[in-house]
Write a protein that binds this ligand. Structure first.
Ligand code: NAD
Length: 381
């Protein structure tokens, strides 16, 4: 098959879905690789590097869409991109089918098969294709780096000839993939780190990364909101009140807050309220990774950085992985090539779209002009 990657249309997107390294692996599966000229430049991959890896460079997106059988990209396609693909061909990208019904309907109309990288089931066998986790890991790391570049002090405490410097105190709210990456980064920079999650089972992971778990004494339930197979569920009003009271008691001490709390399919819960920002010291920083879903902080403005009336910086960027485009492209392209390896079982360049396979079935949202979303639950965990 001819696997092609276009330049991302979105002006703020620096990632690319194929790297010279991933292309080398795809060719070993018997595929031919194509890339639109310049598609990798913002991520640090030149046309020459692709050419050296055996990739055909094509001059325009039109030509790429026409001549590739499988299109691999990062962002959900624009309608114009779907319209450029012939029936029976396959698009692999982030797609978010629940939020993109018009796009999904267009793919069905056009007979384009769609594999949504955001729909890869979170089962052990699929970890190497779990692009949401790869990107969340980068977002968590970058959130701390972004906080650091806005924070006017060291993270680590120091005793210097010019005086004693206290360590920064960081609170991470939500200890999923992004939260754990943020905890690891903040502690490795020397900050004193606290972390909270509604799922009590993450306490051990938090502590193993050198942070202190913020424990809520909530009677028999302790932390609640963890009822559903390891995934968070919405908190009760009483629990939420206790959670907010606990955050308020910590607030005057905290220099940096990284919020990552989310429950799939819902708006982000508001957990860092305006009065908490008002209690923080000037120069403190809040980085809200949930900005795209409404934000965990009441003051967050999606996509931008604001400074509150009392001098607290609140960051609501939604492009953290793109801000580390070389790293995120490398990991994303690896996720994609693993997906294509599963789709090429005989390693002979022939795509077998096996809808009996849990991972392929879970990620396929449009197939042979039918909507295949939402998928049935996976048979194997
Ligand atoms: P995840 O599902 O692995 O983690 C979310 C965590 O939040 C879970 O551990 C959950 O238990 C916890 N949580 C839910 N409700 C909570 C509450 N009320 N209080 C405390 N904790 C609560 O998700 P993830 O993959 O780590 O992603 C985290 C966030 O980062 C998401 O909002 C995601 O969209 C976002 N993200 C942002 C960017 C960006 O560029 N801004 C990039 C990647 C991911």
């Amino acid at each position: 098959m001819r696997i092609g990657t276009p330049r991302e249309i979105c002006a703020d997107e620096a990632r690319v879905a194929m790297t010279p390294d991933s292309a080398a692996h795809l060719q070993k599966l018997g595929h031919t690789c194509l890339i639109e000229s310049g598609a990798g430049l913002l991520a640090g991959f030149t046309d020459e590097a692709y050419r050296d890896a055996g990739v055909e460079i094509v001059e325009s997106a039109t030509e790429l869409f026409r001549s590739a059988d499988v299109i691999a990209k990062v962002r959900p396609p624009e309608l114009i991109e779907i319209d450029s693909i012939d029936a029976g061909k396959t698009m692999i990208s982030f797609f978010y089918p629940a939020q993109n019904d018009v796009l999904l309907a267009r793919a069905i109309d056009r007979g384009v098969n769609v594999i949504a990288m955001d729909m890869v089931p979170r089962i052990s066998r699929a970890q190497k294709m779990d692009a949401l986790s790869s990107m969340a890991n980068i977002a968590g790391y970058r959130a701390v780096i972004e906080a650091g570049s806005n924070f006017g002090r060291f993270f680590t405490g120091q005793v210097t000839a010019a005086g004693k410097v206290p360590p920064a105190k960081v609170l991470v709210i939500g200890a999923g993939v992004a939260g754990l990456a943020a905890i690891g980064t903040a502690t490795s920079l020397g900050a004193i780190t606290y972390a909270f999650d509604v799922r009590p089972e993450v306490a051990e992971q938090i502590e193993s990364m050198g942070a202190e778990f913020v424990f809520l004494d909530f009677g028999d339930q302790q932390q609640d909101g963890a009822a559903s197979g390891g995934y968070a569920t919405p908190s009760s009003p009483e629990f939420r009140q206790k959670q907010l009271d606990t955050f308020r008691s910590l607030t005057p001490e905290i220099d940096i807050v990284i919020t990552t709390a989310l429950i799939s399919g819902r708006d982000a819960p508001k957990l860092w309220l305006a009065d908490m920002v008002a209690m923080m010291k000037p120069g403190s920083v809040v980085v809200d990774l949930a900005a795209e879903r409404g934000g965990n902080c009441e003051l967050t403005v999606e996509g931008t950085r604001i400074v509150s009336g009392n001098g607290v910086i609140v960051i609501g960027y939604t492009d953290f992985p793109s801000r580390m485009a070389t790293q995120s492209s490398t990991l994303y392209a690896t996720n994609i090539r693993h997906m294509l390896a599963d789709l090429t079982p005989a390693r002979d360049g022939i795509l077998v779209h096996n809808m009996e396979d849990d991972v392929i079935r879970g990620a396929t949202v449009a197939f042979e002009s039918a909507v295949t979303f939402p998928p049935p639950p996976p048979k194997v965990q």
